[in-house]
Ligand binder design. Structure first.
Ligand code: PGA
Length: 263
């Protein structure tokens, strides 16, 4: 299996419903100053602002030639049409978005997103040559009931259900235990590793060793500068999807720097 060293770490900042486009510009600039002290070439970085700030953030990234890829937090699977309030993959691609989060637990929990919708979204993202970050994760009850793997691998198989092996190899999975999101409770690095390894093995079993070896698996849930190194030290964790801590540009730059030097 491809060694971890060949998978470039990916640190993604998920801003959720925070920052106007003006605030977003300010945060990106501060973040990029912070990056100056680390070696960003060793890690891929994505920022996922709300839709309303995508264009502004893209302009800053382009103007200053920043080592940051633009990301979105969601997408609709249809190309266009009467879907009030929705945004298509083509619209995102035209804005130079290259990564799109799909199936975040908040979308599943608050907006009724199903595995079937997640699969259609991941396929739409690939259809426009972008990379989906497919989120999976168990609730506390599922963990306590010993059903972590069942839940996570079920979401994984369903979410990747419309992709071929090449597309899967180029995808990103974010393992985010729901009980660790925004709670300050992180899975132990060993617990996170165990689930991330199961994800990789399941992909290898279903779609071939090459897909399993190339797929990047992020951990998400209360990631911060203080715990990123222990997570990155795990053989199957290739980066992090960072929520709360990504709202602080200095903290996010610190996370990136530590992730880069953990390699
Ligand atoms: P958190 O969020 O870092 O605030 O726990 C992670 C996420 O929801 O992606």
């Amino acid at each position: 299996m491809k060694p971890k060293a060949l998978r470039k770490p990916l640190i993604s900042g998920n801003w959720k419903m925070n920052f106007s486009h003006l605030e977003a510009i300010n945060i990106v600039q501060k973040f990029s100053y912070g990056l100056g002290v680390s070696d960003p070439s060793r890690v891929d970085i994505t920022l996922h602002p709300p839709f309303t700030a995508l264009r502004s953030v893209q302009t800053v990234i382009d103007a200053d030639d920043l080592p940051i890829s633009l990301g979105a937090q969601d997408v609709h699977w249809e190309k266009s049409g009467a879907f009030t309030g929705e945004v298509s993959a083509e619209m995102l691609a035209k804005l130079n978005v290259s990564y799109v989060i799909v199936g975040h637990s908040e979308r599943r929990q608050y907006f009724g997103e199903t595995d079937e919708m997640v699969a259609k979204k991941a396929a739409a993202v690939h259809a426009f040559s972008m990379t989906p970050i497919v989120c999976v994760g168990e609730t506390l009850e599922e963990r306590d009931g010993g059903d972590t793997e069942g839940k996570v691998l079920g979401q994984l198989r369903a979410g990747l259900g419309l992709l071929d092996a090449d597309q899967i190899a180029r995808s990103v999975i974010a393992y985010e235990p729901i009980w660790a999101i925004g709670t300050g409770r992180t899975a132990t690095p060993e617990d996170a590793q165990k689930v991330c390894a199961s994800i990789r093995s399941a992909v290898a079993a279903d779609h071939g060793a090459a897909a399993g070896a190339s797929l990047r698996v992020q951990y998400g849930g209360s990631v911060k500068a203080a715990n990123i190194e222990a997570l990155m030290a795990q053989p199957d964790i290739d980066g992090a999807l960072v929520g709360g801590a990504s709202l602080d540009p200095a903290e996010l730059a610190d996370i990136v720097g530590r992730a880069a030097s953990a390699r």
